[in-house]
Write a protein of this length. Structure first.
Length: 151
């Protein structure tokens, strides 16, 4: 958690929306306040920049329509399966260590910081490796005749 940590207390209490007080542990208290800060930050950001959606961006022509945005379930499923197979094939062409890192970050949803701890290196090293691996994947997929932006 960034910023100043609250002082240690004997008892941590949260006020619920209905006004009742609930006693909680320190970790729950800190997490609750951190989530409130995140929520306030997101609201301020939305107020400043506006809320965006993929449909809104497409309407304003800021991005092209993606082929997998088809609303027919059969076509959408087929396109996803084709994309998934192509990405698996491309990952198979990478060294095991690189494919493992991509699997951790994108499929097992491990954060970059946690991946760095697991690998025993710095966060910046993992970010650089990820960028390099994604460039390699892009080249492999373009070699198969697939243009980026759809995966």
């Amino acid at each position: 958690m960034r910023g100043r940590r609250p002082k240690e207390r004997d008892c941590y209490v949260l006020r619920m929306d209905d006004g009742t007080l609930v006693e909680v542990g320190r970790e729950v208290y800190l997490e609750w306040h951190q989530s409130r800060r995140r929520e306030r930050y997101q609201k301020e950001k939305s107020k400043k920049h506006g809320v965006y959606s993929l449909e809104g961006l497409e309407e304003k022509a800021y991005c092209r329509k993606m082929p997998f945005c088809v609303h027919d379930g059969t076509e959408e499923t087929a396109l996803r399966n084709i994309c998934r197979d192509k990405v698996r094939e491309a990952l198979g062409k990478l060294p095991k260590q690189d494919a493992g890192l991509i699997d951790l970050i994108y499929f097992k949803e491990v954060t970059v910081t946690d991946a760095a701890k697991m690998c025993g290196c710095s966060r910046k090293t993992i970010q650089n490796r990820r960028r390099r691996i994604l460039k390699e994947l892009r080249c492999i997929l373009q070699g198969q005749g697939i243009q980026g932006g759809y995966f």
